[in-house]
Design a protein around this ligand. Structure first.
Ligand code: GDP
Length: 479
């Protein structure tokens, strides 16, 4: 971080490495224009002024390097808050390197990873959470993670954290005032008001922490686990969904011994499909290991596609099987309760009449408690082999994401943030307990201080070099 703390002019190629049609090289710092002037020639009729583009040529001594467009942003109205120059040139690697070399030869230094964004942070253009959002925006691969990153970059998320922290700081100041007057035994705010405030903050933090699970799923793909007895067509279904032959399909029960996983994007939402070993009792040691791993995957899944074979099942046997699978999850009641369970009745091409499976009134007559999968929309009839009605699965998956009431402002996707929130929550809970137990104000103040510190670290109101290093060090060079 020490290398970041200076004011020299920095430069980097900001477009990806390699040859493209166009590339962009940027400079930031007080010397930017002066350095540009050493090798850029343009018409005498044009002047380089704030937020304008100027066409001209780059020369290395007398040799023409390229025709370029230069954009100039004057401090403080630039990304970094400093004077900035951006040179758009043709995408040849040779041209990019020659221009960067000219810039460095004329006085700039090569930028470190994330140094432009660090300067934006240092100059108050972005807070820490917003700086991290820049990195998330660059790496966002789907609509939802993009929405979340944009929202975070625009500061909506930061303002929520800031307002929680402000409330804590206010509370802390009252507690400290009381400490100053401790001899006089005065109370500057009623204890029940303190408690009400801490309760509000506690529930806000809990909801933010909860959103991390979903935020993570949105970013990395919502985990969808495909389970079912051997040979019901799980691998065929996965191949059909992925449109390729990744899982091994065979007539021999228990072929999928390990877990096959792939990610697909359906209408802008990313799903991580996991085909598992069949869930059934076996003496085969290797297969049992696969089944154990299946259980792990079921626990982590948001959606379970429970595949059954229409040619040898009826509604009762399916419900019994569902109850059996769900009983494996019994110990994980809290995680299983948030799952969507969908029964996929496969091989309808072969099954003929399906009166014994299709719903009549018996949905209401169930004798087992089901987590889900007990409404008609949770039963989908398909032929994986013929690709029939796969669209119903895709539609159901997208509807599931839409039904999650995703408010982009409140979704936490960053591990560092959620850790800080957990610390803050623990401190708040400890302060609440302190109030209840009537422990001395100075001890409660320590907890409130800790909570405010943890929240401050998210937006960078409190930071240290190690933290900044680890955040900005993960950026690409040129950002
Ligand atoms: P898994 O063990 O559950 O993964 O089952 P597989 O996907 O390996 O399929 C087992 C057998 O059922 C294979 O011979 C598949 O071709 C067949 N199969 C899978 N889906 C269908 C289907 O929709 N209709 C028919 N007729 N056969 C299917």
């Amino acid at each position: 971080m020490n290398n970041y703390i200076n004011n020299d002019t920095i430069a980097a190629i900001s477009t990806p490495a390699g040859t493209g049609a166009i590339a962009m090289i940027r400079m930031s710092g007080t010397e930017s224009l002066k350095i540009l002037d050493c090798f850029f020639r343009h018409s005498a009729n044009t002047t380089i002024s704030h937020r304008t583009c100027v066409y001209g040529q780059i020369y290395d001594n007398c040799e023409l390097v390229d025709d370029v467009i230069v954009s100039y942003y004057k401090s403080p109205e630039s990304y970094t808050g400093e004077d900035m120059v951006e040179i758009s040139c043709h995408g040849s690697v040779y041209i990019q390197q020659t221009i960067l070399d000219l810039i460095v030869r004329n006085g700039a230094r090569l930028a470190l990873p994330g140094e432009f964004t660090f300067r934006a942070y240092r100059n108050g253009k972005l807070d820490l959470a917003q700086s991290e959002a820049v990195s998330e925006l660059i790496t966002s691969e789907n609509k939802k993670s993009h929405d979340v990153a944009i929202s975070q970059l625009k500061g909506r998320y930061s303002s929520r954290i800031k307002s929680l922290r402000d409330k804590l700081v206010e509370l802390l100041s009252l507690l400290e005032l009381e400490l100053d007057f401790s001899d006089e035994d005065v109370e500057f705010a009623k204890r029940d008001e303190f408690m009400a405030l801490l309760d509000t903050i506690e529930s806000e933090l809990k909801s933010l922490i909860c959103s991390f699970d979903l935020g993570n799923a949105l970013r990395n793909g919502i985990p969808v686990t495909i389970i079912g007895k051997p040979n019901v067509g799980k691998s065929t279904l996965l191949n059909c969904l992925l449109d390729e032959d990744k899982a091994i399909v065979s007539d021999i029960p228990g072929t999928t011994r390990d877990i096959v996983e792939d990610v697909i994007n359906i209408n802008g939402y990313v799903f991580r499909f996991i085909d598992t070993a069949g869930l059934h009792k076996t003496d085969d040691v290797v297969e049992n290991m696969g089944i154990e791993r299946t259980m792990e995957k079921i626990k982590n899944a948001k959606i379970i596609l429970h595949v059954v074979d229409a040619t040898n099942a009826d509604r009762d046997s399916i419900k019994r099987e569902m109850a059996e699978f769900q009983s494996y999850l019994h110990e994980e009641a809290s995680s299983s309760s948030s799952k969507k369970w969908v029964v996929v009745v496969n091989k309808i091409d072969k099954a003929g009449n399906m009166d014994n499976i299709q719903c009549t009134d018996d949905v209401c007559n169930r004798d087992v408690k089901l987590i889900d999968g007990d409404s008609e929309s949770d039963w989908i009839f398909i032929s994986a082999k013929k690709g029939e009605n796969i669209k119903a699965i895709n539609d159901m998956l997208c509807d599931y994401v839409k039904s999650q009431d995703i408010d982009s402002r409140t979704i936490v996707t960053n591990v560092r943030h959620v850790e800080a929130m957990r610390e803050a929550l623990a401190a708040i809970q400890s302060a609440c307990k302190g109030f209840e137990d009537g422990i001395p104000t100075d001890l409660i103040a320590i907890d409130v201080h800790q909570a405010s510190y943890s929240l401050g670290s998210i937006i960078g109101e409190i930071s240290n070099n190690e933290l900044l290093d680890s955040i900005f060090g993960h950026f690409c060079i040129g950002k």
